[in-house]
Write a protein that binds this ligand. Structure first.
Ligand code: C5P
Length: 297
């Protein structure tokens, strides 16, 4: 017997970052949108915990207990006083270390799958609490759709979205570490007053209306200068997408994946073709959002 869960990637349409807190984390106003690029996590009973991974980036995925999928299985098993004796198999399509919550997706997926496999009976609230322990973006991977995350980004309020948005994503030739990007944010912020992070009213309204032009005018990412400082070539990728008609171009989360908002499917195809031809990225994918969160198949 086995259970498979499909989990989407995310793009941050707004990422407002406050000053570093005493615990090293940053208060955020983080507007997440789940998009249709997916990892699938399959759990099967086994002698002991092990992980396998397939997919284009599989060689970059840790197969030990640092993997968020393993940590999720261990966390749920510990709460039930059982052994996490499962084989976790990840079919990975979300870029690794890309700023699209790929690791978080695997954590949420493994948690939901183990809960079903073990009949562990964890409520939505308990699952969300475990997700928040695993990482700031993991609760959103569970719920999907669109949401505002505050605190570390883990305290979520669901958002209404009045339409479907077309996105193009450009994967970079190397990854960026999230702590390194936040560290660069702190370095660039030295000597400046950092305002409290707040969600943009224009942005929330654009999402609610499904208004792509208004959304394009309202997207923002406070981590973008830090990501560009560590990875200056991303400016060429952003320019290539803008030049091909993207309504907005931004770094996704802590990067280095770049995200391009297109008016419609046809325009997305054009932006994708131009990005592929530009030689400024490793791979290009199209996806729509919002989509549902972690789902048992
Ligand atoms: O919560 P998560 O494990 O995903 O965070 C990874 C790293 O990103 C943290 O160790 C921290 O350096 C940084 N981070 C932060 N503020 C947040 C979320 C993450 O500084 N709100």
């Amino acid at each position: 017997m086995s259970v498979t869960v499909r989990v989407p990637a995310k793009v941050n349409v707004q990422l407002a970052v406050g000053a570093a807190r005493a615990d090293g984390f940053h208060d955020l106003a983080n507007v997440f949108l789940a998009v249709g690029l997916y990892d699938e996590v399959t759990v099967t009973p086994a002698e002991e915990l092990r992980i396998t991974c397939v997919g284009p980036d599989a060689d970059q995925v840790p197969l030990d207990r640092t993997n968020l999928a393993a940590r999720a299985a261990i966390a749920l098993a510990a709460r039930r006083g059982i052994e996490p004796a499962v084989h976790l198999h990840i079919a990975k399509d979300i870029p690794v270390a890309g700023g699209m919550a790929g690791g978080s997706a695997d954590g949420a997926g493994a948690l939901l799958a183990c809960n079903a496999l073990w009949n562990a009976g964890a409520s939505r609230a308990e699952l969300l609490a475990i997700c928040a322990e695993l990482g700031s973006d993991v609760p959103f991977s569970l719920v999907g759709g669109a949401a505002l995350g505050v605190g570390r980004g883990e305290r979520l309020t669901a958002l209404e979205v009045g339409g479907t948005f077309h996105w193009v994503f450009a994967m970079a030739g190397r990854g960026l570490s999230t702590p390194a990007v936040f560290g660069e944010f702190d370095r660039l912020a030295q000597g400046r007053e950092i305002p409290e992070p707040v969600a943009s009213a224009e942005l929330l309204q654009a999402l609610a209306k499904g208004d792509v032009d208004a959304l394009a005018g309202a997207v923002s990412n406070d981590l973008q200068p830090a990501a560009l400082s560590l990875f200056p070539e991303l400016a060429d990728t952003l320019a290539a997408g803008r030049g091909a008609g993207a309504l907005a171009a931004l770094v996704s989360g802590s990067g280095p994946t770049t995200a391009f908002l297109a008016r419609d499917a046809e325009s997305a195809e054009k932006v994708a073709a131009a990005l592929r031809a530009s030689g400024t990225c490793r791979a290009v994918r199209m996806a729509q959002g919002p989509v549902a969160g972690a789902t048992v198949l």
